[in-house]
Design a protein around this ligand. Sequence first.
Ligand SMILES: NC(=O)C1=CN([C@@H]2O[C@H](COP(=O)(O)OP(=O)(O)OC[C@H]3O[C@@H](n4cnc5c(N)ncnc54)[C@H](O)[C@@H]3O)[C@@H](O)[C@H]2O)C=CC1
Ligand SMILES: O=C(CO)COP(=O)(O)O
Length: 353
Amino acid sequence: MRWAAFVESAHANDESVLQSSKKVAIMGGGSFGTAMATLLARNKADLDVVILMRNEDDARALNEEHRNVKYLPKYSLPVNIRASTDAKEALAGCDFIIHAVPVQQSRKFLAGVKDYIDPKTPMLCLSKGLETGTCDMMSEIIPSGLGRDQPLAVLSGPTFAVELMQGLPTTIVAASEDESLAISVQQLFGSSCLRVNTSTDVTGVELSGAMKNVLAIAAGIVEGLELGNNAMAALVAQGVAEIRWLAGKMGARPETLAGVSGTGDIMLTCFVNLSRNRTVGVRLGSGETLEEVLGSMNQVAEGVATAAAVVQLAKRYRVHLPVLTAVASILDGHMDAKTAVDKIMHLPQVPEV
Ligand SMILES: NC(=O)C1=CN([C@@H]2O[C@H](COP(=O)(O)OP(=O)(O)OC[C@H]3O[C@@H](n4cnc5c(N)ncnc54)[C@H](O)[C@@H]3O)[C@@H](O)[C@H]2O)C=CC1
Ligand SMILES: O=C(CO)COP(=O)(O)O
């Protein structure tokens, strides 16, 4: 991660991609899709920013009230954001298409819209997680769901939607195997309130974004059980190591895991109450059942489904992940949270390496 003023970049503060863009579509009208749509609409007042929604009433409300009444009701949206339920119209003629549909629903969703997407239009993925069953990352789900390769970048970092809506300073990483696409994303989204670091380490950016949600559930459980600050710090440090062990074996670069989309997002999600994954953990640690917790939430907590995929990957890559595996066992009802803590505390004493 390089924020230093002396880093020379031929592309620094180049707005040509933003200036040449006329239309961007966002698939998924939840909190994060809406927040990123808002940043784009604020960047360029005559950009046509269209959010593809499923529900006619929600789309009508957004168009009439300029608010996302379900997910971010307190914030008024720029007038150049509109909603549509017509995938053909929304996705036609776009310079970029942003994917903000939850991971577990993505494959089926993409199969349903693939005929309306120009194979040359870059897709920018915001969703963080792994698909249960396949253990696929979004960079695998997207081409598979579309049935073809599509220009692709993944965006991930410490980025709570509500803080973006408030225009607070934020940093995200745009990763693509095609470096020029990552630079285009930087030029499209970069602003005085959003720094966009580019990367070619798609695996590192995706895996840390997916696994930190599982670790955030663990951190929430420690909070809910009132195990104290010492336990919290040790748990998160252990979880960071577990993410590094698995992601490293899968090809992630260590510097990505240590950067803003790795450690940065882990700190945000594990320590801040705005996190939905952390909140799931807090409530489980306080004695609620998973059914009670999920039944009362109207937003996705990706770590719940991703936990099972992490366990499968740990087996596949032969890495021992006591904390992340314990989260999956608690979520699937095989172990209660107190027993999981007891088990971890009784693991053999080891050298710190
Ligand atoms: N909210 C946040 O602060 C951040 C969220 N993310 C990630 O962004 C992704 C989206 O999250 P949010 O927008 O926060 O979720 P959300 O829970 O606020 O909204 C989810 C959206 O997906 C739509 N959706 C659900 N099932 C669908 C289906 N089958 N077909 C089409 N649309 C469907 C819902 O209607 C809703 O508009 C997640 O992977 C999340 O981890 C990443 C960074 C920050
Ligand atoms: O990914 C996020 C912040 O970067 C959002 O985390 P939650 O999904 O836990 O709210």
